[in-house]
Structure formats: structure tokens, C-alpha cells
Design a protein around this ligand. Structure first.
Ligand code: ADP
Ligand code: TYD
Length: 211
């Protein structure tokens, strides 16, 4: 086996990230790796404030939200108890449901993309994903899946906003193609098909010669 690695899942709401995090974790565990799964916004104190804003229990300006995500991400990396850097040091392969590409895509419709990239540069310097996996679905499919699975709609979950976010994902994947590894996968396929595509890429790139 190669050394442990760090994978970030990305995509608009309802794209199937949680589903794929689970399926990839199963495959990696079966291959003998110790896997730690995590997500953003985090379960920590800054993540809690963000969740309160997204579920309309609190109100905040988009710029404040952008700053909170920067802080939540740094805590996600640096937290001494269960931070990603600590988990990697302990030998875990870490999979996160969202990382800084989410900020690039979700915050930049409201503010300057370069500011968002710059504000997240500390995180990028601390840890770049060995692979970002972007699961692509249309905003219509996103709304459809959200309506089926949720009783309330969160901040940013409108058709127009999700269209903007999806456009921004593609814009920033292109912009950062020299420094970021991104696998784009079609989220309209079955969960098993998507999972197999992801597994083919990961086993080729990170897991030593299969027999
Ligand atoms: P996310 O974590 O990106 O919000 P989820 O994995 O929670 O997405 O999936 C959102 C909804 O869509 C869930 O009801 C899930 O069962 C369903 N779903 C996930 N992947 C697929 C897929 N490939 N095809 C159809 N439905 C899917
Ligand atoms: P999440 O809990 O992953 O929602 P979902 O499972 O529906 O994809 O994320 C909550 C919301 O937070 C989601 O709408 C995306 C948003 N978000 C940002 O705006 N910026 C960020 O940096 C991150 C990590 C998430």
C-alpha cells in the first residue's frame, strides 16, 4: 500500500457526496486501510454557527459566512483532538465531504473569487487533497433530490443559486487545473457505477499494483 492519503468530495447539494463517501470508505476499509471520514461545515463550534445560519436560526452577511468557512476549515485541519492533520499523522486515510472547493464555488457568486481563494490559501498550503472528486448533477436534479429528502430548504438551495454554484465549480476547476487534481464524475449514473469509477481511479493512483 502507498502512504495514507486525503480525498475531498465536492458537488452541489444532493449530488451524492455522502453516498459516495460511504461506498468509498467501505472499499478502502476492505482493502485494509484505516479510514477517517469527516465533513464541512464541521461538527465543531464554528461549524455549529454555520449550520445555525444555513437553517435560518441565525442571520449573517455572505462575507461573514465566507470568513466563518475559512475559520472552520482551519480548525478542521489543525484541531488537536480530531483535526485532519492529526488523523493523517496517525496513519488514517482521510475522506472529507466538502473542502475548500466548496468555498470557491458557494461563496464566489456573492463575492470576489480571488478573495475566496486567497482567504483559503493557508488551508491550501497546509494540505491539498491528493484527489478532489467533483460529482456533477444539474441544479434541477439537485432541487428534485432535496425536495424528496428534506422538509425545509437551506440557504443557497435555490435553482438559480445552485446553477451559479455549479458554474463556479467548473470555472475554478479550470482555473486551478495546474495545482489541483480533480476527478469529474457524472452524478446522474447509479451510485454503484459512480462508486466503481471512483474506485478505478483511486486504486490505480494510490493503491499499489493489484494482482
Ligand atoms: P449529498 O451528500 O451530496 O447532499 P446524498 O448522498 O445525501 O448527497 O444524496 C442525496 C439524495 O440523493 C439521497 O436521497 C440519496 O439517496 C440520493 N442519491 C445519491 N446518489 C444517487 C444517485 N447516483 N442516483 C440517484 N439518487 C442518488
Ligand atoms: P452540506 O451539509 O454538505 O450540505 P449537502 O449535504 O446538502 O451538500 O453543506 C451545507 C451547505 O454549506 C451547502 O449548501 C454548501 C455550503 N457550503 C458553503 O457555502 N461553503 C463551504 O465552504 C462549505 C464547506 C459548504
Amino acid at each position: 500500500m502507498k502512504k495514507n492519503f486525503f480525498i475531498a468530495f465536492e458537488g452541489i447539494d444532493g449530488s451524492g457526496k455522502s453516498t459516495q463517501v460511504k461506498l468509498l470508505t467501505e472499499k478502502l476499509t476492505e482493502a485494509g486501510l484505516n479510514v477517517y471520514t469527516t465533513c464541512e461545515p464541521t461538527e465543531g463550534p464554528i461549524g455549529k454557527i454555520i449550520r445555525d445560519i444555513f437553517s435560518h436560526r441565525m442571520e449573517a452577511d455572505h462575507r461573514t459566512i465566507a470568513g466563518l468557512f475559512v475559520a472552520d476549515r482551519l480548525d478542521h485541519l489543525l484541531n488537536k483532538t480530531n483535526g485532519i492533520l492529526k488523523k493523517l499523522e496517525e496513519g488514517f486515510t482521510v475522506i472529507t465531504d466538502r473542502y475548500y472547493f466548496s468555498s470557491y464555488a458557494y461563496q464566489s457568486p456573492h463575492m470576489d473569487l480571488n478573495w475566496v481563494i486567497e482567504a483559503n490559501s493557508l488551508s491550501a498550503k497546509l494540505l491539498r487533497p491528493d484527489l478532489n472528486i467533483y460529482i456533477d448533477i444539474s441544479p434541477e436534479m439537485s432541487i428534485d433530490r432535496l425536495n424528496k429528502g428534506r422538509s425545509s430548504i437551506e440557504l443557497y438551495e435555490t435553482l438559480e443559486n445552485l446553477q451559479n454554484v455549479r458554474d463556479k465549480y467548473f470555472e475554478v476547476i479550470e482555473l486551478l487545473k495546474e495545482e489541483e487534481k480533480v476527478l469529474i464524475t457524472d452524478g446522474d449514473h447509479s451510485p454503484e457505477t459512480i462508486s466503481n469509477e471512483i474506485w478505478n481511479k483511486i486504486s490505480d493512483d494510490f493503491i499499489e499494483a493489484k494482482t
